[in-house]
Design a protein around this ligand. Sequence first.
Ligand SMILES: O=C(O)C(=O)C[C@]1(C(=O)O)C=C[C@@H](O)C=C1
Length: 99
Amino acid sequence: MSDDATARAAALLKGHRESIDRLDAILVYTLGERFKHTQAVGKLKAEHDLPPSDPAREEAQIARLEDLATRADLDPEFAKKFLNFIIAEVIRHHRQQQS
Ligand SMILES: O=C(O)C(=O)C[C@]1(C(=O)O)C=C[C@@H](O)C=C1
């Protein structure tokens, strides 16, 4: 490949990586905000003796996210695994708040 083509590829790679870094920051801040709300939910659940998990709510969330993922060109299976991973961590926090 010519030096020009290599330099263009390097510039494109740099641009994509800058966008990826910005998007990763959005993900981290978004998750931080989500966990603030789930901590508040965990406190409410602990105070009112409510169960840490709500399978019906999770089912609705998964169905909604799968639909959103499909429309956003994201693999719905991945979206489901990702949400389940986050929810499992939230339930772990809820259990800690209740003990
Ligand atoms: O909505 C709740 O009841 C929550 O505790 C929050 C949350 C979630 O992370 O979205 C976590 C656990 C429940 O099973 C369902 C949803």
